[in-house]
Ligand binder design. Structure first.
Ligand code: ATP
Length: 355
């Protein structure tokens, strides 16, 4: 059944505007004139589902979009277009993410706990067990910015597993700890799997993915290249890596450049048209119906990044009204007089001095 999923992504894209200056960013936000900004599409339309109780691995080379997906699902960053449905609480464990660096370990435990809806009493009950699991001793009273990468990862992992979320998102968190901690984490993940929790596991370690995951999604330069049974997808990925290694340095560079160029050239309108055509051809919708359906999937969760024209006019009008009343006040003329003779606003009314 279609509703039997914990996580569902429909045609999700993520665009980064590569602004050269801060003023370009402001001008673009206020929709003031044409600002030339290169657009980089970190995700080029990704659709997938994660079933309840499933451990889905996400693999792919550096920069392929793995963390972008896990951050969108966790709600850390918004998608640019597309629909994201998450049925349950998520807790993300990734190196450093989610921890406030200026707060101590203890304060981070309280903050994360409160953010996940735990009471002060519940957090106090979990505290010792978290500190014990993280094994960071007296550092728990130090700001997290003074921790080593491994310590941060251990604390992040310990907090996340104790909060007991419905959906666990583990992004490269197992790559930094020592062997003892690694085994502790693996045991915990296995325990979660047995409890039937849904896990998203992002990793470069194919061995870890093979051991922990039921299915695997292979991300490739912003596209979902393949999703399916873990062994099969990992084998295809290994074959690709082997072939890639056999290429000359020049061939490898050219391949990567071409793929990155595709991410710069991606066009959301063209993508939308492709989806509409598919709906017409595959599902037999009329063009109008297909356009409405696709528009809904792409934009129903999206708030515009730029000011719309009506908003722009509203802001301009508000500023004008505010300015007008301030000047009326300063000039000392009446509102009626100022409306009739606006020029008088710059000639303040002189009060007659009493003798
Ligand atoms: N804030 C940002 N601004 C511009 N581009 C970004 C930003 N964040 C990510 N990207 C780009 O988006 C692409 C995907 O990044 P992402 O971190 O999702 O990749 P990844 O597969 O997790 O990589 P890695 O394996 O190195 O962690 C990369 O090309 C990256 O440079």
């Amino acid at each position: 059944m279609d509703t039997e999923y914990k996580i569902k992504l429909d045609n999700v894209t993520k665009e980064y505007d590569l602004y050269k200056t801060k003023s370009d960013r402001m001008r673009n936000f206020f929709n003031l004139g044409n600002v030339e900004v290169p657009h980089f599409w970190s995700l080029k339309g990704v659709s997938m589902t994660v079933k309840p109780g499933e451990t889905l691995g996400i693999i792919g080379i550096n920069g392929s979009g793995k963390s972008t997906i896990s951050n969108i699902i966790s709600g850390i960053i918004p998608q640019t277009t597309g629909t994201v449905t998450v049925n349950g609480d998520t807790s993300i464990i990734s190196i450093g993410a989610g921890l406030k660096w200026n707060l101590t370990g203890d304060e981070n435990i309280r903050l994360k706990g409160l953010m996940q809806g735990l009471s002060i009493k519940e957090i106090a009950e979990l505290r010792d067990s978290i500190v014990d699991f993280a094994d960071i001793g007296n550092f728990i009273n130090q700001p997290v910015k003074d921790y080593s990468t491994g310590m941060r990862s251990r604390l992040g992992f310990a907090i996340a597993v104790h909060i007991n979320p419905d959906i666990m998102i583990i992004d490269e968190a197992l790559s930094v700890g020592d062997d003892t901690f690694y085994q502790k984490c693996v045991d915990k993940i296995m325990e979660f799997k047995e409890q039937g929790k849904t896990i998203l596991f992002v990793s470069h370690s194919l061995k870890q993915v093979e051991m922990l995951c039921d299915r695997v999604a292979w991300m490739h330069f912003g596209d979902l290249r393949e999703i399916g049974e873990a062994g099969e997808v990992i084998q295809h990925y290994r074959d690709f890596s082997e072939d890639f290694k056999k290429k000359t340095a020049k061939e490898r560079r050219e391949y990567q450049q071409d793929k990155k160029q595709d991410q710069l050239d991606f066009n959301i309108e063209t993508y939308q048209d492709t989806l509409i055509d598919q709906e017409v051809k595959v599902n037999g919708f009329s063009h109008k119906e297909a356009a409405r359906k696709v528009g809904k999937v792409l934009y129903k969760q999206i708030s515009p990044a730029k000011m719309t024209t009506p908003t722009k006019w509203m802001v301009a009008l508000s500023v004008f009204v505010l300015l007008f009343f301030s000047m009326v006040n300063i000039s000392g003329h009446s509102i009626k007089h100022s409306v009739k003779d606006p020029v008088s606003l710059v000639h303040p009314r002189m009060h007659k001095m009493r003798k």
